[in-house]
Design a protein around this ligand. Structure first.
Ligand code: GLC
Length: 437
């Protein structure tokens, strides 16, 4: 497919998923607005219609909580969505907005990146206006991250549910959940092999083959972890009491570090000074990232917030310190070597969401093997800034090839490119459009 046709086809998908005020990730399977999805979508939309891209971001801020958190989902209106809204019951928190329904947790802080990318398409005067409009909300969000989600002042942000990372069933969270957040009744169901009864109630597997998603046992454990957050009214202090299920997630922290740099640039452009406390956290977060490095395996990992132990389950997140921009050139080189290594990420269609030699590797199962276009985009962005333009171009080229051959699916097999998950997936379409523009 030539690039003009490819461009047209991804634009068609973005338009089809546009609900006027926001873009849904995909028809049927995902009918609400998701935080990091919309940020990636806005990065593509800016090439089609700047105003529409701005609205995508403003709608996210419209759902912001009074404590500064930007929620990971804003629910669609209408009777058919009542069940989703009731599942989260964000109204149990005094901080949730009254004017719309949201989930009670956040997602990777891609907001600043989206804001800056939109700003890049404007002249200086318009850019300043844009930044002035979004600055208070963005600042409040970053302050919330380093106050509410960094209670021990470590300059690493903690996450409370796998959904907060966007990497739902990524191995380190699955391992931790089995260890620290598995109610006896779920273990009993598993032992008695009764989960098939519950499988019938699942909605995702109505649209997607079960082998591409999380297992029913994992889905139940996710649900149970969510119910606990809800019971504690989404209050971080209460949630952390008597729980070991809190993780300083590698991907979230790499994205947060890059987002902080963007926030600083935004503040500079509109001549504002960031509060001192946040400036200190930002400065310290670079060293803090180093604590997630394991010298013996030469990789980065997520860390349990309470025990401070690294969760030594490798994933593609190990490449995201490139995107953070906070590592040395030597470290960057070590990560590039992993990208070239046949045991790790050098698949035919990189970058697999877990390394090829991981015991979890399964080419079509969601975040346990498939290649995702948003991860390729983030890693490529980091590679470019570290001077690895050849590798960045390779990731771009392979991603374009996949989408040209199959359409903008949610994820792809790294082994042979088989498309999987939702078809007509918004962020895949939007990031391909960004690369083509
Ligand atoms: C899945 C993905 C998550 C994404 C959401 C909506 O849950 O794991 O990252 O935000 O779908 O597309």
């Amino acid at each position: 497919m030539d690039e003009t046709l490819l461009k047209k086809s991804v634009i068609d998908v973005i338009n089809a998923n546009d609900r006027g005020t926001h873009t849904v990730p995909a028809e049927k399977l995902y009918s609400h607005q998701w935080l990091w999805d919309s940020c990636f979508v806005a990065i593509g939309l800016r090439h089609m219609n700047i105003k529409r891209a701005q609205h995508e971001v403003l709608r996210l801020l419209h759902g912001q909580w009074a404590n500064g958190m930007v929620p990971h989902m804003i629910f669609a209106k209408g009777d058919q969505h009542r069940r989703d809204r009731e599942l989260w019951r964000s109204y149990v928190s005094p901080f949730a907005p009254d004017h719309l329904y949201t989930s009670g947790i956040t997602q990777p802080p891609m907001l600043a990146e989206a804001i800056v990318r939109i700003g890049e398409k404007m002249n200086l005067a318009d850019r300043r206006n844009w930044y002035q409009t979004v600055y208070p909300g963005l600042l409040h969000y970053h302050q919330w991250m380093y106050s509410d989600r960094d209670p021990h002042n470590e300059s690493l942000v903690l996450s409370l549910h796998p959904y907060e990372t966007g990497f739902d069933n990524t191995p380190p969270w699955i391992v931790s959940m089995r260890e620290h957040s598995m109610p006896f009744w779920i273990t009993a169901l598993e032992k008695l092999k009764l989960e098939s009864v519950v499988t019938l109630l699942r909605r995702d597997t109505r649209y997607i083959p079960p082998g591409q998603r999380i297992s029913t046992i994992e889905a139940l454990a996710f649900f149970s972890a969510l119910r606990r957050l809800r019971r504690k009214a989404y209050n971080t202090e209460r949630i952390l009491s008597r729980s070991l299920f809190a993780i300083e997630d590698l991907a979230v922290n790499c994205i947060a570090i890059r987002a902080n740099q963007h926030l600083q640039d935004i503040a500079k452009t509109i001549r504002r000074k960031l509060p001192d406390e946040l400036t200190q956290d930002i400065a310290r977060s670079h060293d803090a990232l180093d604590e997630l490095w394991d010298a013996s395996s030469g990789q980065y990992y997520s860390r349990n917030f309470v025990t401070h132990k690294l969760i030594l389950e490798p994933t593609v997140a190990t490449l995201l310190p490139l995107y953070s921009g906070a590592i040395t050139k030597e470290r960057a080189k070590q990560l590039v070597d992993l990208l070239h290594s046949k045991q790790h990420f050098a698949a035919k269609y990189p970058a697999p969401s877990v390394p090829l030699n991981s015991t979890y590797f399964d080419p079509l199962r969601y975040w346990q093997g498939p290649s995702w276009i948003n991860i390729n985009w983030l890693v490529a962005d980091g590679l470019t800034r570290y001077g690895y333009s050849k590798e960045a171009l390779m990731l771009r080229q392979k991603s374009l090839e996949l989408v040209a051959a199959h359409g903008p699916y949610e994820y792809f097999s790294p082994l042979d490119g088989t498309p999987a998950g939702a078809r007509g997936f918004s962020w895949t379409a939007a990031l391909i459009l960004d690369w083509l523009s």
